[in-house]
Design a protein around this ligand. Structure first.
Ligand code: ZN
Length: 127
């Protein structure tokens, strides 16, 4: 058997992380899952052109899916930290870097790592 390449491992991990966050927001419908698959296909091509970007794919896939959902049905993921004011979406930081997190710019807080949104929305927000 061929060992799984680091690229495939990273893509698989990115897919799993974003799907976990989608499930946390209860939006893991079939069409949303296909958005994740589309993004993974595009990012595979992207990392093949630029292998140093392999550590960035989780954050990029999260942003791709966020954009795709915004075009189709609206903001995702909604901020679970701010209880008042306009509903707003979290953003991925860094936009292009390793160890991506969901951040609320209104409150100026890191809400959760990409892939760990379920623990942020299900429990008490980090202080
Ligand atoms: Zn917020």
């Amino acid at each position: 058997m061929d060992p799984i390449s680091p690229l495939e491992q990273a893509l698989h991990a990115a897919r799993a992380l974003v799907l976990a966050d989608l499930a946390a927001g209860e939006v893991a419908a079939a069409d949303v899952v296909s958005m994740v698959e589309d993004s993974v296909v595009q990012r595979r091509w992207w990392v093949e052109q630029w292998p140093e970007g392999v550590a960035f794919v989780a954050g990029l896939v999260a942003q791709d899916v966020q954009d795709a959902i915004l075009e189709r049905s609206g903001r995702w993921p909604l901020c679970p930290v701010c209880g008042t004011g306009q509903p707003h979406a979290l953003e991925v930081e860094p936009e292009l870097g390793p160890d991506p997190h969901w951040v609320c710019h209104e409150a100026g807080v890191k809400v959760a790592a990409v892939g760990a949104l379920g623990s942020a929305t299900g429990g008490t927000p980090p202080s």
